[in-house]
Design a protein around this ligand. Sequence first.
Ligand SMILES: Cc1cc2nc3c(=O)[nH]c(=O)nc-3n(C[C@H](O)[C@H](O)[C@H](O)COP(=O)(O)O)c2cc1C
Length: 412
Amino acid sequence: MTKNLLLCITGGIAAYKTPSLVRLLVKKGFKVKVVLSSHARYFVGETSLSTVSGNPIHWRLFPGENSTDHDIAHIELAQWADQVLVAPATANIIAKMANGIADDLISTTLLALSTPLFVAPAMNTRMYLHPATQKNIQTLKQRGTFIIGPDQGELACKTSGPGRMTEPEQIVEQLVNFKRKSKELAGKKVLITTGATREYIDPVRFISNPASGKTGIHLARAAREMGAQVMLIAGHTSVPLPDDIPHLQVSSTREMLKAVLDEFSSSDLIIMAAAIGDWTCKQQLKTKLKKSTQPFDFNLKLTKNPDILKKLGELNKKEEKSKYLIGFAAETVDDPEELIKAGKKKLDVKKCNLIIANTVNKENKGFQTDTNQIILISHQEHFLVPETSKAQLARKILEFASAELRKYRKTK
Ligand SMILES: Cc1cc2nc3c(=O)[nH]c(=O)nc-3n(C[C@H](O)[C@H](O)[C@H](O)COP(=O)(O)O)c2cc1C
């Protein structure tokens, strides 16, 4: 199927390579529309770009006299695009994207996107290595933007180092690979849980954990990008749930269990990323527990909650393992061997197909953070995914799971 690709060209020397880039994209079957920043117009000709893309070039946020741009070009272009590429991406547009600035057609369009975004930075080495640019690139990565390059080499400013735009052939290769992979989950229903459950002691106090829900939300977005029909069941999250993905919010572990069981039979892939409470209060008080009525020390009686993952594993076994089940193991050990041991045990006990093991009590890892390091543990293999953004981790987990799901179905 033809993909609509929006190419945003900003004001760097490497813009002179964009007519070849467009030509290669068109050859690979993309429909291309081009937006130029006003500075990019100094570096590349509109006539070349409109000829190779076969479409008029856009650059004005507000339509000028005799302009072909529509009144709300930024919304129309954002909705038209299946994928967006910013190449070359100047330090300026990277800073604007990282900070949500919308002051021209490109930056405003980029703020209105909900499709995968690829950015190919190109600039002088000092500009690239400047802490501001590095921080902005990091912010984009954490949001799930795909950063392509830059390469090392000779630059137009007669210096050498990182900052050279990745060659058009390689940029196109990455987009084509993404296009090929992007529909791997077409026709599949993916059920994902996320966030933290709460077990109320009385109407105002509860037992919970610091899970933010970020990993599950990234998984839901990535699964949808890969063509799946997604259902997200969320406990309490510290980030908003995506409005464009069907979701249901629950509070306690029992509510989560009911919601998951309702969706289980129609799902192909189930990812239990929620941090679920293992215990609940034996008795939940109807009115607030008064400090004055309690002794200095008192006992709170807890009882075990149903083990949702184990229940799903058992159900799956009964249904002849028709579903691919993924569990998470949040551990407080740092030694990878210990983590693998704990993950393998969980894999067997819960009858899962895959366990994602991670350490949750270290800086930049686990709860609340935007990055994590995980170990994927299946019955056949295990491997480490080094620290990266939760958006990239979600994609890696789903790429692995969709390949496994295909193999798994064949052997059934
Ligand atoms: C000759 C020349 C070459 C430039 N090349 C680059 C470049 O490769 N990368 C970059 O980030 N900025 C470069 N700049 C600076 C940008 O054009 C400038 O920051 C501009 O504000 C970018 O605007 P835009 O991002 O809206 O296109 C160059 C400027 C000039 C005059």
